[in-house]
Design a protein around this ligand. Structure first.
Ligand code: UD1
Ligand code: MG
Length: 494
């Protein structure tokens, strides 16, 4: 029975100093996004699930950007204490972990992760850490390595075992003999090491090898010499231990992760028109009988209530959509920080745009080319065509006509428009805020409303229609022969 005990304190070192030359990017490799989140964020999320006491990120290339990310909103409030050290120059993985040593306190286990290996599950990490725990036979704990058998192990460190299967060493590909290169069990680079031993071994690393680097992997032979048992823990699948060195590898992992997310949704009962044409870059929470058509992108936190249907080609971020609402094709919803909420049974789109602070009640209808920002629409309100509602409070059953807008911005400040219940705003109206339209009132089409309108009234504010009877339209002048001067032709305007 493998132990599930996690030795404490647990500390985590994340190697993130590498340049990532093959990314051909100015952004440090570990900040490239996978499912909308920097790779380093995925690594930290998995580590966080183990409740570590401290995380030390070893930075180098782009150190300021990486530190900036870690200080940002996502991890600043983490329960663990997070620190960064700078490794300059980068002299190998062993040298990298050595930079973190002064930040590692006390005993327990140190889990070593790579910032560019983003998809290791917390379950796998937990098994690795548990394998390093002290036992009766290993009172100082074990050196636990995460390994994987690869059909083509070229480039990887090989796990060298003796005849009885005990791990003796890791030999890097470039230092390996021809027979060692036949070994297909490779080092993923992730390991859990008793902290006290790590402190003892790291200063003894040497760089007399094919790459002139301080190899972290050399601590395996040191452990064997010191009688500290070495445990190999097999990774459950290649995706969990895949590293990213190039945009192609990043894209491949993105597809693998998206396929997994789609599979999970299908298993929950979400009906995806095509699991290969869905992208979730954040958290998508779905109720029962949710249908999602092809090519939708979800980002941030999105919740879809029971029976919600999402048409094809929608982009939806940071929104809460209540039961039975229908979002038609090509709708763009982004709540950013303020969020967007769509009430039960609402009909949105096609081609609608809901921006931060759009709060729509039950059975609201928002049609094509309608934009709503920072506005509340009460139950049953409708804006079906070509409209803008910004900084507005719209009452129940209001009908907001085609082409009408709230003029909420005077060039310096934003102002509110209040449209009380049952108001009917005709087509092509401009409501110049601040303004209030009293309940049950009607605004004639083409009006520019600058003053409050009383409840129940018809308000019209436009030029009166002029009628001139029997008007004959100007006639076209007869065509001239080409090249003929035209004495009365108008010249260019001065
Ligand atoms: C390493 C392992 C190898 C393993 C392979 C798995 C060593 C000596 N070799 O090889 O056994 O099979 O990973 O991918 O450990 N890094 C630093 N500072 C450095 C060097 C590296 O922070 O000075 C970071 C890199 O950014 C990267 C990780 O450590 O995240 C691994 O470095 P990399 O150069 O990819 O190691 P490999 O030579 O591939
Ligand atoms: Mg590598």
């Amino acid at each position: 029975m493998p132990s599930t005990h996690i030795p404490s304190p647990l500390q985590v070192v994340v190697l993130a100093a590498g340049k990532g030359t093959r990314m051909k990017s100015r952004l440090p490799k570990v900040l490239h996004r996978l499912a909308g989140r920097p790779m380093l964020g995925h690594v930290l999320a998995a580590a966080a699930a183990l409740d570590p006491e401290r995380v030390v990120a070893v930075t180098g290339h782009g150190a300021a950007d990486v530190a900036g990310y870690l200080e940002g909103t996502e991890w600043a409030s983490a329960r663990f204490d997070i620190r960064t050290v700078v490794q300059e120059p980068q002299l190998g993985t062993g040298h990298a972990v050595r930079q973190a040593l002064p930040e590692l306190a006390g005993d327990g286990t140190t889990l070593i992760l790579y910032g560019d290996v983003p998809l290791t599950s917390a379950t796998t990490l937990r098994a690795l850490v548990a394998a390093s725990a002290p036992t009766e036979h290993a009172p100082h704990g074990r050196l636990a390595l995460l390994t994987i058998e690869l059909p083509d192990p070229t480039g990887y460190g090989r796990i060298v075992r003796n005849a009885s299967g005990e791990v003796l060493a890791i030999v890097e590909h470039k230092d390996a003999t021809a027979s060692q290169r036949l070994i297909r069990e490779t080092n993923t680079g992730l390991m859990a090491v008793p902290t006290r031993q790590l402190r003892h071994w790291l200063p003894r690393l040497r760089d007399d090898n094919a790459q002139g680097e301080f190899y972290l992997t050399d601590i395996v032979a040191m452990a064997v010499d010191d009688g500290v048992p070495v445990a190999g823990v097999a990774a459950p699948n290649p995706t969990e231990v895949a590293g990213v060195n190039s945009p192609a590898q990043l894209a491949a992992l993105e597809r693998a992760l998206q396929a997994q997310i789609a599979q999970d949704l299908l298993e929950q009962g979400v009906r995806l028109a095509d699991p290969a044409r869905l992208d979730v870059r954040g958290t998508l929470t779905c109720g029962q009988d949710v249908e999602i058509d092809v090519n939708c992108v979800f980002h941030g936190d999105v919740t879809l209530g029971d029976g919600v249907r999402i048409g094809p080609h929608c982009v939806i971020g940071n929104a809460r959509i209540e039961a039975d609402a229908v979002i038609h094709a090509y709708t763009h919803i982004d709540g950013e920080r303020a969020g967007v909420s769509v009430g039960a049974g609402a009909l949105i789109g096609p081609f609608a745009r809901l921006r931060p602070g759009a709060k729509l009640g039950r059975e609201v209808h928002i049609g094509n080319f309608v934009e709503v920002k920072n506005s509340t629409l009460a139950n049953g309100a409708k804006a079906n065509h070509l409209a803008y509602l910004g900084d507005a409070q719209v009452g129940e059953r209001v009908n907001f006509g085609a082409g009408s807008i709230t003029a909420n911005y005077d060039g310096a400040n934003k102002h509110r428009t209040v449209i009380e219940a049952d108001v009917h705003v005709g087509s092509n109206c401009v409501l110049v805020a601040p303004v209030t339209l009293g309940a049950g009132g009607t605004v004639g089409g083409g009006s520019t409303i600058t003053k409050h309108t009383p409840p129940g009234a018809l308000s019209v504010a436009r030029g009166k229609q002029v009628v001139i009877a029997n008007w004959s339209r100007p006639a076209k002048a007869p065509a001239q022969a080409p090249g003929q001067p035209q004495p009365d032709a108008p010249g260019p305007e001065a």
